[in-house]
Design a protein around this ligand. Structure first.
Ligand SMILES: [Mg+2]
Length: 441
């Protein structure tokens, strides 16, 4: 029996529900529904006009319904009257295939046919900035190497504590908070989980950080590169695959602690990294972060070439310890569902075809990249990434050609709108268009 949201509302004193979904551009959209109406909404969903969001639909289409997943319920720790729900989209009684949460669930289904489960954790970096986004919020945060700066961290204690307390209350098991490598930049880590749970939490985390920052008179942004000279907002993901509660990536006898299955999965991610950039680095601004010159702190902490290694942060994939790998390609604008879905689709190919990722490289890739001229490179801009996605047989098959075409079409429309106002040049400062359209990603 699914959980009865109406009964839960009564017992937890929830007055309103936010029935939410994320569109293809990662925008979080909701209806605020009074508890007295939740019974009907749980059955039939909340109605939306799909064309009014970033989904490939027409104004003539019938209503789209967001049917909430009761297992995703989060009672807002800072406003207990409100219960937040992730939903799946339906139209004319059928799941909307080209909607991110459905795309992820379809990949999870394929993995579960092998009796496997992907677990993941995400590291969402963000900046606290001025209201208009022209500078960071803390004018005293000016060190050239500001990472882990205690003073700058503690000047934001009230906000960070409220976010961390919220995660504790929600049972996410947060374990550390820090000032990151850019001035004004922070990161907060919580425990890994099933990949769908992590994707829902990732969506909620971004909402929570932005919402609580506003409450504290600040503005938070996950924009990949709001300031050209500073390290960008990454969103690294830690990946492992499990069966019956046992980590199938773990092999203690291997020199890096990864099993054959783990290497094959990783091989799939390496093979598909170029087209996956269209999901992992989905904005025009994303390409200021990868393939970028060193920042004020001395390093970008983001990849340029497609390579993997042991515990070394200069490569796209790092194996920091036994039984998992860290993919460092994604940035703060990545759609939380497409992030997990993309990793999973690539990993499935890797496992199915037993793809060998080759030998790990043990070098400082930021310094030694010229010694490896044959390594494949990440795309230089969103247009290249979209071309690679369109040409990817594997991803077209995994997600369906129609759905991939929808994504590419919407992204190309966005790129055309940008081109009317500006030109993408990494050497020049971030454009107004990028800020207007990415600061709230
Ligand atoms: Mg970080």
């Amino acid at each position: 029996m699914p959980k009865n949201l109406s009964q839960i509302a009564k017992s937890k004193k929830i007055k309103y529900f936010l029935i939410s979904f994320v569109d293809l551009f990662g925008v979080l959209r909701s209806k605020l529904v009074p508890a007295q109406a939740i019974n009907e909404m749980q059955k039939n969903g909340a109605g939306f006009a799909g064309f009014a969001t970033w989904l490939d639909m027409s104004p003539a289409d019938s209503d789209m319904f967001a049917i909430p997943d009761p297992n995703s319920l989060i009672q807002l720790p800072w406003n207990k009257e409100i219960g937040w729900l992730a939903s799946d989209l339906y139209m004319d009684g059928l799941a909307v295939d080209a909607s991110p949460r459905v795309m992820l669930k379809n990949q999870i289904k394929k993995l579960s046919e092998k009796k496997l489960q992907m677990k993941s954790g995400v590291e969402c970096e963000y900046f606290l900035i001025s209201e208009d986004g022209s500078s960071i919020a803390d004018q005293r945060d000016i060190q050239s190497k500001p990472c882990y700066d205690q003073s700058a961290l503690m000047r934001r204690y009230d906000l960070i504590k409220e976010i961390c307390d919220s995660m504790i209350e929600l049972g996410w098991k947060p374990y550390q908070n820090d000032h990151e490598d850019a001035n004004g930049q922070f990161e907060m880590n919580w425990d890994y989980s099933d990949c769908l749970v992590t994707a829902d939490r990732h969506v909620f985390f971004k909402f929570m950080v932005k919402n609580l920052a506003e409450k504290h008179g600040l503005r938070a942004t996950f924009m990949p590169k709001p300031f050209n000279n500073l390290t960008g907002n990454g969103c690294h993901a830690h990946i492992s695959v499990w069966r019956n509660g046992k980590n199938q990536f773990l092999d203690k006898k291997d020199k890096l602690g990864l099993s054959k299955l783990g290497y094959n999965f990783l091989g799939g991610v390496i093979k598909n990294a170029q087209p996956l950039s269209a999901f992992f680095n989905p904005t025009i601004n994303s390409y200021r972060r990868i393939n970028a010159p060193p920042t004020k702190s001395g390093a970008t902490w983001s990849p340029s070439s497609i390579s993997y290694t042991g515990n070394n942060r200069t490569h796209m994939i790092r194996i920091p310890e036994q039984g998992r790998f860290e993919l460092r390609l994604m940035d703060g604008s990545a759609n939380p569902y497409l992030l997990q879905a993309g990793v999973l689709a690539a990993g499935l190919e890797g496992m199915d075809k037993k793809i060998n990722p080759g030998e790990p490289l043990f070098c400082n890739m930021y310094a030694d990249y010229k010694k490896y001229p044959n390594l494949p490179k990440l795309p230089n801009n969103i247009s290249e990434a979209l071309n690679m996605l369109g040409n990817s047989k594997v991803l077209n098959k995994a997600f369906g050609k129609k759905n991939i075409n929808s994504y590419i079409k919407l992204k190309r429309n966005e790129l055309n709108a940008f081109k009317k106002q500006g030109r993408f040049d990494k050497k020049r400062s971030v454009t107004k268009w990028e800020k207007d359209n990415t600061l709230d990603c």
